[in-house]
Design a protein around this ligand. Structure first.
Ligand SMILES: [Zn+2]
Ligand SMILES: [Zn+2]
Length: 55
């Protein structure tokens, strides 16, 4: 099995919502925890669904 070309086999990608910071703009000049990744800054790879293997 080949490693996923999107995440290089890690199964994780940078969260597209917060760009990996885990924080997003709250619209009032502050920051809040990213709702997409719950503050981890990581998202499950959409290509391999988190398995790390090339589909
Ligand atoms: Zn995020
Ligand atoms: Zn992947």
């Amino acid at each position: 099995m080949a490693a996923c070309s999107r995440c290089s086999g890690s199964g994780k990608v940078e969260c597209p919502k917060c760009s990996g910071t885990g924080q997003i703009d709250d619209g009032q000049g502050g920051q809040k925890t990213c709702f997409m990744c719950n503050g981890t800054g990581e998202a499950s790879c959409p290509r391999c669904n988190g398995t790390g293997q090339e589909p």
